[in-house]
Design a protein around this ligand. Structure first.
Ligand code: PMP
Length: 438
């Protein structure tokens, strides 16, 4: 029925146009631009739903780009934050609540002997890269095509937002992600295809690599599993050649398992970074790892700072989030997410639409036009992007909000009934697209 009466986003479009006189593009992150039919303006969120300026109620699979594993506005966080806010906002000193949050992080994350808080994934990735260089006295960092580690000059190379790839698959040429980027930063990078163990071992053997940074399961550009033995092989080679292994768990952390990808796959990095689901929507990130490396922040002359690091209200949200991450939560996410993935796969199959629904039940991607599962970024880049944007746009008009570029995120508030509604919207959207010949 909804298909005959699609939602309108005119009010959002009008507000974006008005707001663009103050905010560049009417938004505050480039990743909120270029949304079809318009970037949206929201009034509130609750559970699995967002309520926008047009009065639409949308099932949300963005979840703030990943953080909201407990859904929007969970009561435990509302209560914790209200209580903490009464005590003041910022002390440029230590608090009980930050210590409690740190203790929980160290308890949950297998490799976390020590940790530090930051405010964004981009920042803590910088801290990890700096530590790797300080610890090894080497300069070069290996990163992988399509893996995103923040928007700063030295890592915004060959990332998903660029949606392009250059050079031969086995020897990629770094592709800058932004104008104004200091191009010399590429001299300190080696960009490789992910999931190819021989190539990374061969390069590490030259003995000049400070660190390898990767999403342990590639999620930012679309959720892809590490090939069997890949993480173990990279781990072993990093140890052999004196290279620091960094897992960027900004998406995978507290989402794939309480202890992130490192727990799920049983591979221990030297350093890892977290963000997003660590605080269910508050600006919190963390770098964790080996005590000897992390202690370099305290006694080894390595600088890490930040006015807002461990901001107490955000720390109260962190404690409340981490306390909520019970094993049963992951079992439920796996079950419901699995049903959603299978249901979508069946709809595409019935409609004769070539598609891969792949990844993890709590974060997965839909690649239209691929006949085999993607193993890396170049595989994903072969998907039919315009058809996928047509699909997410059709879904949005049926009350389902999924990222145009990237993964579907699931929260514990996405009930079976919400998933049923989603599948109906997918079925209806696929029918519309087929009728239009997309
Ligand atoms: N690493 C990964 C894997 C990410 O997905 C992101 C954000 N999408 C970041 C780092 C950067 O985090 P932030 O946006 O908090 O700076």
């Amino acid at each position: 029925a909804r298909g005959n009466n699609p939602l309108s986003f005119d009010k959002s479009a009008e507000l974006i146009e008005r707001n663009a006189q103050w905010m560049a593009g009417g938004v505050n992150s480039n990743f909120r631009l270029n949304i079809s039919p318009t970037p949206l303006v929201f009034e509130r969120g609750e559970g699995p739903w967002l309520y926008d300026a047009d009065g639409n109620k949308l099932i949300d699979y963005y979840l703030g780009m990943g953080p909201m594993i407990l859904g929007h506005k969970p009561q435990a966080l509302v209560d914790a934050v209200k209580q903490e806010i009464e005590k003041g906002f910022l002390f440029a000193g230590q608090t009980t609540v930050e210590a409690e949050a740190a203790r929980l992080v160290c308890e949950l994350v297998p490799s976390a002997e020590r940790m530090r808080f930051g405010c964004s994934g981009s920042e803590v990735d910088q801290a990890a890269i700096r530590l790797a260089r300080a610890a090894t006295g080497r300069k070069k960092i290996i990163k992988f095509e399509g893996h995103y580690h923040g928007w700063f000059d030295n890592v915004l190379w060959s990332t998903a937002p660029a949606l392009n790839a250059a050079g031969p698959e086995n020897a990629p040429v770094p592709v800058a992600g932004s104008k104004g980027q200091l191009t010399e930063t590429a001299d300190a990078l080696v960009v490789l295809p992910w999931n190819n163990l021989d190539l990374v071992v061969e390069r590490l053997a030259q003995g000049d690599i400070a660190g390898v940074i990767m999403e342990a399961a590639m999620c930012n550009a679309g959720a892809v599993h590490p090939a069997p033995g890949y993480l173990e092989g990279v781990r072993e080679a990093c140890t052999r050649y004196g290279t620091i292994l960094i897992f960027d768990e900004v998406i995978t952390g507290f989402r794939l398992a309480p202890g992130g990808a490192q727990e799920r796959f049983g591979v221990t990095p030297d350093l890892s970074t977290f963000g997003k689901a660590i605080a269910n929507g508050f600006p919190v990130a963390a770098i964790v790892g080996r005590a000897d490396l992390m202690e370099m922040f305290a006694t080894g002359g390595v600088v890490h700072g930040g006015t807002y690091n461990a901001q107490p209200i955000a720390m109260a949200a962190t404690v409340a989030t981490l306390m909520s991450l019970k094993p049963s939560l992951y079992a439920t996410l796996e079950e419901r997410g699995g049903r959603l993935m299978r249901g979508m796969g069946e709809i595409f199959a019935r409609a004769g639409v070539l598609a891969q629904v792949a990844g993890f039940p709590q974060v997965f991607h839909v690649a239209l036009g691929l006949d085999v599962p993607a193993r890396n970024y170049r595989d994903l880049a072969r998907m039919d992007r315009p058809a996928y944007v047509a699909l997410t746009t059709a879904l949005l008009h049926r009350g389902v909000r999924a990222l145009e570029r990237g993964a579907w995120f699931l929260s514990i508030e996405h009930s079976d009934a919400v998933i049923d509604d989603t599948l109906l919207a997918v079925e209806d959207s696929v029918r519309e697209l087929k009728a239009k010949g997309v």
